[in-house]
Design a protein around this ligand. Structure first.
Ligand code: SAJ
Length: 403
């Protein structure tokens, strides 16, 4: 087992390809996006993650990582392509299907195929396996097939890929063990072996668990608001209980994982996933709620300084960002929105402003993302400038203002 072909060089595939190369494998990284391949060939990653750039340059210079637009024969194939949802919240498995089809011709006896993309239950056995099998090439008997979902937290991917425990689901025991041998070369976390369906549900359960708990925090924030209380005090005190750990309310749930994966469960078992669906609905209603808070503070046409566009603190990723939903809703309601986000390099559908300029002209300030730069702001100065009623804090940074 020496040559690895990674299909999909995004937030998971690229760090995985780089770490496998650094772990001694010869790696071919495959992506259909020419601009990604071009920037990688120049040694530049198309997103920022601590330590990614340095290890990428190292394995490129050592010739351990080469880049192509189509797969090639290899001992190990990793599918790490996006599995988003469609407008109707159904799973979009187009990229995963195309990735499996693209490696099919290169699968040899003894090959190991690992899917890392997050998928709905039964996808590996019902969609991926049939795409790879031939009458004379049966999964398990002739090649190994495993599912190993990632658990990394954007902003710390390189370390988490190495240190986090892994769950590997195998088509059969030998497939799981073959995948374990592969990851053991660069993963220091514990590796747990199980079957395909268990691994699929484990991954979805992890993110649905988080979404439901965030929804609960948001529900408490609505109650606190109606009572005229600080939700930050309420949750802070409730969490003093030794067995209570209420998460933090916010303007909604973003990113391409926690806000997406629960829909795979809802689509697969709508008759069961009542709590999961209610949590998704509540979290997706939060941007509108935040916009209504602004509506209660200042009239339409006012200038609003929106601090944050990214989906969460200290990252520049705006995919599925609830902050963006608030920004678009405020614009729809006729406000003049001034967006500040030091982590976002380019605004899509909005222009980015310097912080001091936005605060200078604004009638109201809304904190949407608790970037470290915003945590460093002097709340007292802001209070003197805006007054409590025109500082809307959705992340508890200015604590004693109402969310
Ligand atoms: N959020 C809250 N309140 C909280 C925590 C998060 O409003 O208390 C919001 C964030 O602002 C953000 C969204 O939820 O908009 C998701 O952020 P996150 O930090 O919870 O998760 P992700 O999407 O960055 O990463 C998650 C992680 N999963 C879990 O924590 C169970 C990560 O470990 C996964 O690998 C990743 O999803 C994934 O790729 O599946």
């Amino acid at each position: 087992m020496k040559h690895v072909c990674v299909v999909g060089l995004g937030y998971i595939g690229l760090p995985t390809a780089v770490l496998a190369a650094a772990g001694g494998f010869t790696v071919t990284g495959v992506d259909i996006d020419p601009s990604i391949l071009e920037s990688l060939r120049e040694g530049r990653a198309h997103f920022s993650e601590p330590e990614l750039g340095s290890v990428l340059s190292e394995v490129l210079s050592q010739g351990r990582l080469t880049l192509r637009s189509t797969p090639c024969p290899a001992d190990v194939f990793i599918i790490a392509v996006p599995t988003p949802i469609n407008e109707d919240k159904s799973a979009d498995l187009t990229a995963a299907t195309e990735a499996a089809l693209s490696i099919e011709e290169h699968v040899r006896p003894g090959s190991l195929v690992i899917v890392e993309s997050t998928v709905p239950p039964t996808t590996i056995e019902c969609l991926v396996l049939p795409l790879l099998e031939r009458p004379d090439r049966i999964g398990g008997r002739d090649f190994h097939l495993a599912y190993c979902p990632e658990r990394v937290l954007p902003g710390n991917i390189m370390r988490e890929l190495v240190n986090n425990d892994r769950v590997i689901g195998g088509l059969d025991r030998k497939s799981a063990e073959a995948a374990q041998a592969f990851y053991r070369r660069f993963v220091s976390g514990k590796i747990y072996l199980t079957d395909l369906r268990t691994a699929e549900l484990v991954k979805l359960a992890e993110n649905a668990y988080r979404d439901v708990n965030i929804a609960f925090a948001n529900e408490i924030s609505l109650m606190a608001d109606r009572l005229g209380l600080s939700v930050w005090d309420v949750i802070g005190l409730a969490n003093k209980h030794p067995r209570v750990n209420i998460l933090s309310p916010g303007p909604g749930v973003g990113g391409h994982c926690v806000a997406v994966d629960p829909w795979f469960l809802i689509e697969w078992s709508p008759d069961i996933s009542k709590l999961t669906a209610a949590a998704r609905k509540l979290n997706d209603s939060m941007p509108e709620y935040v916009a209504s808070k602004v509506g209660s503070a200042v009239p339409s046409g006012s200038k609003i300084a929106c601090l944050g566009a990214a989906y969460k603190a200290n990252v520049g990723d705006t995919r599925g960002s609830p902050a963006l939903q608030v920004i678009y809703e405020l614009e729809r309601r006729g406000y003049e929105v001034h967006v500040v986000d030091p982590h976002v390099t380019r605004g899509n559908g909005f222009s980015l402003q310097p912080l001091d300029k936005a605060l200078e002209v604004a009638d109201c300030v809304v904190l949407l993302v608790d970037h470290k730069e915003f945590r460093e702001l002097d709340a007292g100065d802001l209070r003197r400038r805006f007054g409590d009623g025109k500082m809307i804090d959705t992340r508890g940074v200015w604590a004693d203002t109402q969310f």
